[in-house]
Design a protein. Structure first.
Length: 178
């Protein structure tokens, strides 16, 4: 009888020794170029579609080195399609970050229906971000839209709880409009 338990224990020990777990640790969220593309401002998406069509994107990076967001698109066929640099307003940039093809107001409005929407906090001027954080420090931002009127730029910010935090309209210099 002891031999039977010993035999079962030996088999169980052998099987347990064969099963090893290899823990996988991720240091960054798992993303795909398609998932990243869908979160970009509409003007950027439209520019990439116009410039590259249905070419497969290998990677997308974002840089704020110039003071405003610049998105760089790397394509699977890099020999045929060099990296494409696009500003957050949809302008195509050269590798030295100068404007190659500028976005017009009409292009921006056509891409979104009216004004530029789909912006993120990182796309805003620093003064506007400070004003939003000061005006509604605990609120969750739902949408941010850029509006242009008489040569001035404004940002319309809506919050997830409009009863507690009404729509906020901020001039590009950070001043709140009443």
């Amino acid at each position: 009888m002891k031999m039977h338990y010993l035999f079962v224990a030996a088999i169980a020990g052998t099987l347990c020794g064969c099963v090893t777990e290899h823990p996988i640790s991720y240091t960054e969220p798992l993303t795909s170029p398609g998932g990243m593309f869908s979160k970009l401002p509409p003007a950027v998406q439209n520019t990439v579609r116009a410039e590259a069509g249905t070419v497969e994107i290998a990677d997308i990076t974002r840089s704020d080195a110039t003071g405003s967001p610049v998105y760089t698109f790397y394509f699977k066929n890099a020999e045929l399609f060099p990296p494409l640099h696009v500003a957050s307003d949809g302008s195509v940039l050269r590798p030295d970050m100068t404007v190659a093809v500028g976005a017009t107001a009409e292009t921006l409005e056509a891409s979104t229906g009216s004004g530029v929407s789909g912006l993120r906090m990182g796309d805003l001027p620093p003064n506007v971000v400070v004003t939003i954080r000061h005006s509604a420090p605990t609120a969750v931002v739902a949408t941010i839209s850029r509006l242009t009127s008489e040569g001035q730029t404004f940002y319309e910010i809506t919050f997830e709880d409009p009863a507690s935090h009404p729509v906020l309209i901020v001039r590009d210099d950070g001043h709140v409009l009443q």
